[in-house]
Write a protein that binds this ligand. Structure first.
Ligand code: GLA
Length: 636
């Protein structure tokens, strides 16, 4: 046993010696001394605005869009940050042959028509820009768009020959991006993915409508049949073209491949936002599904890169003016998890009660907090959740969320807020603006069915001279998460089929991302625990991972590290490393399952980027080795 242990340590140590420049190039765990997500000029806080889809589907037109834009400005919503006005599917007429220039359906966008000239959105985007707004457009990464598969009765489908109806980007990336951004003046683009999903060879859709077949790169039912690398490469090509046509960085790229292709892990590296799930519908349980797909991913979002659980459905169906409890919950939850806030409602005739929801300056401020720290789930259950979000004013936003149909008692504790349990805590209700008498330790509320209470909490921070990494997910970038094979994430509410049917065998977990790094939990949604000792704060991750942390002027890093008690791999060892601007500052030596937590501290003074790395150079098993950075914190 001792001999085996020594041999294993020697192997680990030997692998470590490989830290010269050659190893650094090929080793994804080697420190880079930089923040690897592009520093984006736009989307530093979650994009806000309006989108046509949930209000009008393909029956969008200029009067509807400009009507919404006018209300955004006149009502003050634009001043609150709702500035992107986005046309979704339905705007196009055809791709002209043979030059491939896209033509606009001027019957619904009359300002795009000018005698003897090519149709152009320039007059339309000029109007929006004059109003102080920004303009968004929609396309698909394949040849054909979603409406051409799913909205076949629409009056606004592309027309003409097979080639004329190929309005998507495939084969035209540079031409189209140049047109949209260079010539037409758009500021935002949503890029859908039906063109690489549902136009497969031999399908009835392709045959019946004479589309060019595109072998699907995305199989929503099987990550193993999804070509993750090619999907990512197609979107990266779009990102590249956007950069080339917008040297000032004034654009937003919204990826819309519905949580497929493991985008929940790499979306941040390619776009400003990425959908984490399929389409939202105006039903409570589908909202839960979309919410869960993003709320469980706080470490994967940061300024310039946001989890997108989809456009808001406030105002419709189970979130309409007769369901204001549900509507407020939906909005507050999106605010807490830093979701883009895109209203999708016919604003030309809108009840005041809905305007008050979108227009709640306090709830919007929580979403737009410059720190960009997505809320972390402080209390998890299928009935009730407590979410806590660190604000840059030193306070916390906290949401108490009753997911179910019964009244429920919810106790909020100082620990959940990471506040001292012996000092007073004050809660300000962000909906009704009342401030309750301070409490110490804990306080209890009764929540109505489906109600979300949302507060701004002030108290004494538990770490008076620092911050836990799990409190600042926007300052932590998961560069390498150690996931070897993408697996579907089961911690997403599984509603009855989004379109209300119960045929087939049911709703199975779909979105890869299971095993990704977590704040205050393990990658498999267990409480953090090392050698029998629990941690309510920390980062849970797999071995062979590298996380980048913005040190924000702190001088010390500390953690108690080890193999998590929940790991399935109980044989292999791991070594924990801390780097400051690429320089090794501390390491743990090999740790094994069952070892007590090992203290690891580093002086990070002067370093801009701290990297925390865990390595297991030779694994004897392919079972995941779960490791925990217990109480990982930056201190003064
Ligand atoms: C997909 C997207 C939606 C919307 C429609 C348009 O379903 O996910 O958000 O853009 O296409 O057809």
């Amino acid at each position: 046993m001792t001999v085996r242990f020594l041999l294993a340590s020697a192997a680990l140590a030997g692998a470590l010696a490989l830290s010269g420049p050659v190893a650094a190039q090929s080793d994804p765990l080697a420190p880079t001394a930089r923040w690897s997500v592009p520093e984006r000029a736009q989307g530093r806080t979650p994009p806000m605005g309006w989108n046509s889809w949930n209000a009008f589907r393909t029956e969008v037109d200029e009067a509807k869009v400009l009507g919404a834009a006018k209300v955004l400005v006149d009502s003050g919503l634009a001043k609150l940050g709702y500035t992107y006005v986005n046309i979704d599917d339905g705007w196009w007429l055809k791709r002209r042959q043979p030059d491939g220039r896209l033509e606009i359906r001027t019957a619904i966008f009359p300002s795009a028509q000018a005698e003897g000239k090519d149709s152009s959105f320039r007059p339309y985007t000029d109007t929006l820009h004059r109003m102080g707004l920004k303009a968004g457009i929609y396309t698909d990464v394949g040849r054909n768009a979603c409406s051409q598969a799913y909205d076949l009765h629409s009056p606004n489908l592309p027309e003409g020959t097979t080639a004329e109806r190929e309005v998507g980007l495939l084969g035209h990336v540079d031409q189209d991006i140049g047109l949209y951004f260079g010539e037409w003046g758009f500021d935002y683009i949503k890029v859908d993915a039906c063109g690489i999903n549902v136009y497969g060879p031999g399908t009835e859709l392709v045959r019946k409508h004479a589309y060019t077949a595109v072998p699907p790169l995305i199989d929503q039912g099987a990550i193993n049949y999804t070509d993750v690398a090619r999907v990512k490469a197609l979107y990266a090509e779009v990102a590249q073209a956007l950069k080339a046509h917008n040297p000032d960085g004034d654009y937003i790229l919204a990826l819309c491949n519905w949580g497929s292709a493991n985008v929940r892990a790499w979306g941040k590296d390619v776009g400003h936002m990425w959908r984490t799930s399929g389409d939202i519908t105006p039903t409570w349980t589908r909202m839960l599904h979309n919410f869960d797909s993003a709320s469980t991913r706080p470490l994967y979002a940061q300024p310039g890169a946001w989890n997108d659980p989809d456009i808001l459905f406030v105002g419709h169906g189970e979130f309409d003016q007769n369901h204001l409890t549900e509507a407020r919950s939906h909005f507050a939850l999106w605010a807490m998890i830093n979701a883009p806030l895109l209203i999708s409602y016919d604003l030309r005739q809108v009840p005041q009660s809905l305007m008050e929801i979108w227009g709640d300056a306090d709830v919007v401020r929580i979403n737009q907090d410059p720190g960009g720290h997505q809320a972390v789930i402080a209390y998890a259950s299928d009935d009730v959740q407590i979410l806590v979000k660190t604000l840059s004013n030193g306070k916390k936003a906290v949401a108490l969320f009753n997911r179910g149909l019964g009244k429920v008692e919810v106790t909020l504790t100082a620990e959940q807020l990471k506040f001292a349990s012996d000092a007073p805590i004050q809660l300000r209700d962000l909906w009704d603006k009342s401030t309750a008498a301070p409490f110490t330790g804990e306080t209890t509320f009764t929540l109505e069915p489906r109600q979300t209470r949302i507060f701004e909490a002030s108290g004494q921070r538990r770490l008076t001279d620092g911050v836990y990494l799990s409190e600042i997910p926007g300052a932590v970038n998961v560069a390498v998460d150690g996931v070897i094979a993408p697996e579907p994430d089961p911690v997403v509410h599984r509603m009855r089929n989004a379109w209300g049917e119960t045929r087939g065998s049911g709703e199975r977990p779909t979105y890869a991302g299971w095993g990704g790094a977590q704040a205050d939990a393990t990658p498999y949604d267990q409480a953090l625990r090392i050698g029998g000792q629990g941690f309510d704060s920390g980062i849970g991750v797999l071995t062979n991972s590298r996380l980048e942390v913005r040190s924000a002027g702190y001088r010390h890093f500390e953690a108690r590290v080890g193999i998590d008690d929940s790991t399935r791999n109980i044989r292999d060892k791991a070594i924990f490393y801390v780097y400051g601007d690429g320089k090794l500052l501390a390491q743990s030596g090999p740790v094994s399952f069952g070892d007590p937590p090992r203290p690891l501290a580093a002086d990070i003074a002067g370093a801009r980027i701290v990297e925390i790395v865990v390595r297991s150079p030779s694994l004897s098993s392919d079972l995941p080795l779960v490791v925990t950075w217990g109480d990982a914190a930056l201190r003064r």
